[in-house]
Design a protein around this ligand. Structure first.
Ligand SMILES: [Zn+2]
Length: 392
């Protein structure tokens, strides 16, 4: 509750056409001393006169949210008390984290329905070449220009669709942990997006046609998915095994050419197939994982995962009895919440989205090794863990 009181403070979210035309007037309501962050792609949405009126930084088109960039923006914005972000995921992460560490507020003008981080209180920052999640805060207000959103590059919109539709594998993993280990679980994030998900599953082809109605609906679903993470007190409702594999791939082979949601589309298919395969086992038996910590350290080149692996071995021992006694019940509860992977594959394929590792240029052998070892990279119990300790 304390967490909610601290973090749940978005004064307003406005979704309207042509809002960015009034970015200066809107921002001035909050402060006279603002600092505007754009990149070379989002600069085109601005009336250039604003650049003479407010302090600003124009970042490169494919900027990475790294600690160096955070430092740069932090220093440039030193004398301002409000940061304005005009952009999608990366600009949001940069402004969210910089404003948080500088104890400033930030206002967001998102330019694409590309991921669900606009309303989450964590920032994804690149450290030593791979993404890490840092505690941050929510925007003071969010202003969504529907013209800009609708006309965003299609890859960004489809990336957002994948980051939303991984709800299915994330919920299955979160439920698994809850049912086997008794960890906390909350149905509310899923109830809140269910109706929107049903529409998107029917009308997804309109994303490719840049239908304003459907793109805005996707954005609303992503915003609520972000709130779901806030009320879950962590990213549990929207980031499980599929995100763990994507982040583990980033460690061994960072793919700068692919968007977050494109990686998630591929890893969601992997998780979905794995979940279906494990759920189809009639009488599973749990045994100790044979993967040793030396293997994990050697593969990822990071020894911080040792503790996680130790913990995971205890989890496997803990869930053995309950799997033996209640598997049918566990199967029934999880099964009714998942989307069949055949259905997802059809959707991704019709949208011309990547859904296999080779679609992203990932080496299949490396990808399968990473998917097999990824469970040890995060302290979250998912079907990736079960895959390592289950036998038919
Ligand atoms: Zn995501």
């Amino acid at each position: 509750m304390h967490y909610l009181q601290q973090q749940c403070y978005i004064k307003e979210i406005i979704i309207e056409p042509k809002l960015v035309n009034n970015i200066y007037e809107i921002s001035k309501q909050y402060s006279d001393n603002i600092f505007l962050v754009v990149d070379k792609n989002t600069l085109k949405f601005l009336n250039k006169k604003i650049l003479d009126k407010v302090s600003n930084i124009i970042l490169p088109a494919n900027v990475v949210a790294s600690l160096d960039i955070i430092e740069l923006v932090k220093n440039k914005a030193k004398s301002s008390d409000l940061i304005i972000a005009l952009g999608s995921g990366t600009i949001n992460d940069i402004c969210k984290y910089t404003s948080y560490i500088e104890q400033k507020e930030y206002i967001l003008f998102p330019t694409a329905a590309s991921m669900n981080g606009y309303t989450s209180a964590t920032a994804s920052i690149s450290v030593d070449g791979y993404k890490r999640s840092f505690t941050a805060h929510l925007a003071k207000a969010i202003y969504i220009d529907t013209d800009i959103l609708t006309n965003a590059p299609i890859r960004l919109t489809l990336s957002g669709f994948a980051d939303f539709i991984c709800r299915s594998t994330a919920q299955a993993d979160w439920l698994l942990s809850h049912l086997l280990l008794g960890t906390q679980y909350n149905e509310l994030p899923f109830i809140m997006v269910n109706e929107m998900e049903q529409i998107l599953l029917k009308e997804y082809q309109y994303l490719n046609k840049k239908s304003s109605e459907i793109v805005v609906l996707l954005m609303q679903a992503l915003l609520i998915s972000g709130f779901g993470m806030v009320i879950s007190d962590g990213s549990y409702s929207a980031s499980q095994g599929e995100h763990i594999i994507a982040h583990a791939m980033d460690i061994v082979n960072y793919n700068h050419c692919s968007l977050h949601g494109e990686k998630i589309a591929v890893t969601t298919m992997t998780m979905g197939n794995l979940q279906e395969k494990i759920l189809s086992i009639k009488n599973p038996i749990i045994q100790r994982s044979t993967i040793e910590e030396s293997e994990i350290i050697e593969y990822f080149g990071i020894n911080q995962f040792t503790k996680i692996l130790e913990q995971k071995k205890k989890y496997a021992a803990k869930c053995s009895k309950i799997v033996h006694e209640k598997w049918k019940n566990i199967f029934n509860i999880i099964q009714q919440n998942i989307l069949p992977t055949k259905h997802l594959e059809k959707i991704f394929s019709e949208l011309s989205m990547p859904y296999l590792p080779e679609h992203l240029g990932w080496n299949q052998k490396q990808y399968h090794t990473v998917a097999n070892l990824a469970f040890a990279t995060r302290d979250r119990f998912t079907f990736l863990d079960l895959a390592n300790c289950i036998i038919n």
